[in-house]
Each structure stands twice: as C-alpha cells, then as structure tokens.
Design a protein around this ligand. Structure first.
Ligand code: PHE
Ligand code: FE
Length: 287
C-alpha cells in the first residue's frame, strides 16, 4: 500500500532525499548495495513462512505467478523481475523510498509502473509492520501484476485515482483499494463448486491475517458492492472485521470500468459506515 491514505501522526520513515537520488516522480534506484546479510535473511524467512501458508488460502493466479518474482532466498533485484514482468503484462516495478503522495502514486499506476519500497523491516518487526516494506510490496502486490486482467485493472485504478483527485473523492476511492487490492477475497471456481481465497496484498503478505481472512468465523464477508464499499471506514492497525468478496478479476474489472463521477456525487449524500456492522442489503458470503 505505498501511498499516504488516511491520517497518521507519524511521518513516513523512508529517506526521501538520499543525497538527491530520489527523482521528482518519487522513484529512485533500488539501493541494492545497502542490503545487509541480515536484510536478505529477513526476506528469505518471510518468504519461506508465507509461501508455505498459501495452498488452499491464496487464489490460484497468485500461487501460479509467485515463482516469477525470482529469488526467494534473498531480496530480488527489481531489474530482474522487470525482464519477466514487462514481457508478461507490460508492467514494471520501480523503487521508491517509502509511502508516496496520492498524485505521484496514481500517475505511476496509470503508466503501468508499480512503486515498491526498497527497504526491509527490522527483525523485531518480523510479524507486523505498520508501513509497507519491500516484502509487503513485492510478495503481496507484484505476483498478480503478471495476470493480464488484474494488471489492466491496476492501470485503470491509477487513471481513476487521478480523476478522483480532481473530484475530491480520493478518500472514497482509497476505500475501494483497501477492500480489494489490499484486503480482497475471491470465490475461486473449482469445477461446479467454489472456494473462498485471498487475493489482497495485505492479506497475502501477513501470516496471521491470511488464515483469519479466509477461514475464521469471526469476520464478516460480503459480496463487493461499490457504494457499500466506498462508504465503509477501515482500520489500519488490526485484522479487518469485514471483507468484500469478488467472483473473478474480470468481474472486478467490469464493475469498476464505468465512470465513477455519479457514484462520487451519490456518496456525498450518504453517511459513512463502520467496518463491523452489517447492512440489511448485504449479500453474505459463507466461508
Ligand atoms: N472507472 C473509474 C472512474 O471512472 C476508475 C476506476 C477504475 C476505479 C478501476 C477503480 C478501479 O472513475
Ligand atoms: Fe500494499
């Protein structure tokens, strides 16, 4: 989630100067020489724990694309990923020093460039980190950029973000990002039956939330509805209390393709919803 949505009292922790190496679009060279042996070991251990958890919990498209990240025993070089990613979907990952503001973030996505934080968490943050680091951004977000439909959706989201910015609707659109790209669930079709799986990066890069989101009886799971989703507040510091479920990436793409201008106008007259309260029109999905 490399953008500054929501309110935070903490300044982002990246170094945004790096002696002039950060460009006007907030991208910078991946500082590969700065990684220590301990940094690579953190990545290796996170990757190993997380990849082991995926079967039956992550969507098939994610599991199929994960090996395309390359190295799993050290932090990959972004240039190496880009050789494969460019061929697959025309996307590229670009290094950034940390969270970046909305407009540069949307601009990169609209140009099929995904900003990836290049530094990695400290060992004491192994299980939980507030800000996205290279493990969350790469492992969580980049595999699905190898999927053509999801890749096109991300670009459309970026263009839609620039439009939302002009309409003063970034907060509403950010909720959609949160509940889909970060914390989305999908009904994976399996012959005539279907099974709930995760596709959101915030879930897929978290060992605790992956099981909670897909299997726990605690959270609410409802079919994605754009207005409902964009009215719903979210917590950034606990597991989600409600997840929104899609049928397929094509459904997500098609549902979000129309012009959101009238939706934003409608949302202005509707109140916000709390993330733990069901509404009478919610379509509940059983796990
Ligand atoms: N179609 C939306 C609009 O016109 C943009 C969008 C695309 C939003 C994809 C989310 C995801 O504003
Ligand atoms: Fe993220």
């Amino acid at each position: 989630m490399p953008t500054v949505y929501g309110n935070s009292a903490r300044p982002p922790r990246g170094d945004y100067s790096r002696d002039g190496a950060v460009l006007a679009d907030y991208t910078c060279p991946q500082n590969y020489a700065a990684y220590t042996a301990a940094d690579h070991e953190t990545y290796r251990a996170l990757y190993e724990r997380q990849s082991r958890l995926l079967p039956g919990l992550a969507c098939d498209e994610f599991i199929a694309a994960l090996p395309s990240l390359g190295a799993s025993t050290q932090i990959p070089r972004f240039d190496d990923i880009n050789e494969r990613l460019m061929k697959a979907t025309g996307w590229q990952v670009v290094a950034v020093p940390g969270l970046i503001p909305e407009v540069p973030f949307f601009t990169l996505l609209a140009n099929r460039q995904f900003p990836v934080t290049d530094w990695i968490r400290k060992p004491e943050e192994f299980d939980y980190i507030v800000e996205p680091d290279v493990f969350h951004d790469l492992f969580g977000h980049v595999p699905l950029l190898f999927n053509p439909v999801f890749a096109d959706h991300m670009q459309a989201y970026g263009a839609g973000g620039l439009k939302a910015h002009g309409l003063g609707a970034c907060e509403q659109l950010a909720r959609l990002y949160w509940y889909t790209i970060e914390f989305g669930l999908i009904q994976q079709k399996n012959g005539s039956s279907s099974e709930l799986r995760a596709y959101g990066a915030g879930i897929l890069s978290s060992s605790g939330e992956l099981v909670h989101a897909v299997k726990s009886a605690e959270p609410k799971r409802i079919a994605l509805d754009l207005l409902r989703c964009m009215r719903t507040r979210y917590n950034i510091d606990s597991y989600q209390q409600t997840y929104f479920v899609i049928d397929s990436f094509q459904q997500l793409f098609d549902m979000t393709a129309p012009d959101f201008t009238p939706l934003y106008a409608q949302l202005k007259g509707l109140g916000e919803l709390e993330s733990d309260v069901l509404q009478s029109q919610d379509f509940i999905i059983q796990s």
